[in-house]
Design a protein around this ligand. Sequence first.
Ligand code: SF4
Ligand code: SF4
Length: 699
Amino acid sequence: MVVKRLGPSLVPAEIVVPLDKLGAVMDEIEHKINLPVVKEGVIVKKGKDGKPEAIILGFIPSDQRKFSYNFVFGLVLTIMKIAEKYGGRPYSTGLYFTGKAAKILGAERVARIKTFKKTVDKKGVLNPGKVVGRGLVSRALGIAKIFEPMVRPFGNNVMTQVGERLEKPVRGIPADVAWYAYACSQCGYCVDECDQFYGRGWESQSPRGKWYWLREYLEGRVDWDQKMVDTFLVCTTCELCNLRCSASLPIEPSWMKLRGKLIHEDKRMTFPPFEMMAAATVAEGNIWAGYRKDRSKWLPEEMKAKHGPGTKAKTVYFGGCTVSYVENDIGQAAVTLMDAAGVDFTTLGNVENCCGTPMLVAGKWDVFAENMKKNIASVKAAGADTVVSSCPACDMMWRHVYPEWAKKLGLEFGITAKHYSELVSAKIKTGEFKFTHPVNKRVAWHDSCHIGRVSGVYEPPRDVIKAIPGVEFVEMTHHHEEAHCCGSVLTLIKDPLIAHDIGEMRIGEATAVKAETILALCPCCEFQLRVTKEKKHSPVEIRDLAAFACQGLGKTFADPSDEVSRQWKVFEGMIALMTPQGFANLMGTMWPEMLKAMPLGMGGMMKFMGKLGPIGGFMFALMKPIFPILFPKLLPGMMPKVMPAMLERVGAMIPMPDYMKEQMPAMMPKVMDNLMPHMLPDVVPLVVPKMIAYLRGRA
Ligand code: SF4
Ligand code: SF4
């Protein structure tokens, strides 16, 4: 299907002809059709009547955006007529050639299909008009065939720019993405294994559905709304679709470009929790709202003299936010393994910043770029030229994204990225490193999308696992480049329930092969799988690769599951709060403060109206249409006045750690400033009836 990239559209003409007539058929097609016909074929040894046949799939490059596209279908009729002239037939009935069903499928089979359809689909809901129906299109084509010689010259004179490349953005969509939208053949190979599709079951969530929607957008039939922005944003960036695509389209990179366009350029709303993470990242350099001064606390005491900040080495171990603030065992174990393997490295301590992945996928590219610059400067200041990570997202930044962005921004880079499993695996292979203690467990390995499909690191983690004595290693159904996504981050913060379902499917693969433990190396995968395990009450154990492997050295680290659970409760609370309903509920707890904060005595006036009984009710009914205009104008002025009450209520609703509570007065106003302009149209209709009920004493 790579031929579809010739596009923008292909008109298919699929025929079956007796093998001994193939040459004559091809000659006549060449003779009668002036437009290029791309052909591929299959030979069937025993076709109809037991004789050999050739199945030819022909495609005529065309352009569905032009009216002349319709004439090209006339050429399909020409090809069909040629096939029939030589004893052939259309390849399938589809919607257009149902009149030839008996010839294509055989009369007996058609009768069986008709009987079956009558039994199971009395109302003709399934594929109406297809295969055995006699729809309008099929009848029209039957008539058109009579006029085929007259239609053919029109088709033959259609001018199509084969291999068209767009040079300019179309309706704001980058030129290459607009071209890919037409290059997609709608074959559907990408659908089933897109976690967004199998998590929700909606075609619009799959790459095929998104390309289809983009075409509709490019042709002006639909427009962006927040739902559609969210649909593109929620892709987990697992990159399985890139592998599946029959037209080799760079699907995930295209969605990434759209994140930049929609959020960074057009200033549309990203997922609200990202606003909180952005505020924390700008203030303290991490997404968990921990204090910068606490960033390096995870580093084991005994490692500080040899590998702590300030020690000199050409290699830096880059922990990342989640390792530093939530799942400390990942970092502690990774540096223990590297130390035991004789790797010379240093750490950045409190000058390390978030790698920026969350801000990149959130479309908050200015925050991303700032973080990247700080990180590059910190590594250079440490005198290093290599960065080793445990987190696949950090690895992806240092290995792929930073070099590209540094080039784009004219920054000198010159840094190499590696994963710690690559270093340890190399030392195992040379015999310089050995595990000493047996670990008797049956384990399955979860290939994280970013270390696997993105960076191609498949074997080193397996080498580490297999080198531990006593371990019984099993592969899950989907592994290596076929591995399924855990459903983390984008899905987890947008639709936690869907993320739990996707996570459960991945955990199910491990239990299916009777693994006691799922090993992973990605902090986000581990976080997501731990949350899923808790929500779905799965008995399987989730362990970090390095922490597990350290048992092979006789060392153990504290299990971070309780901290994950505690942090997830904060996130869960924030996700629920940062929705139109969540904000409406929050406002519903603050009417006295809200009314007091209204300018020009409006709050007092509304309270008075509330006491006027039916007259007040009538006045509120008159005012109702004004509120959607009034609220957006009043709220910016009211926000500073209601902020103390808001912080108090949020603090009571969400079980935040102290360090986060302390920072909320600085973060919350920024978050509200960024979110409210986008959210108010949805919040106001929810808030107004509640406010009127409160004023009338009916709340
Ligand atoms: S990257 Fe993954 S989640 Fe995103 S569209 Fe592709 S398959 Fe779906
Ligand atoms: S994006 Fe999906 S539907 Fe489109 S060509 Fe690729 S695999 Fe087929």
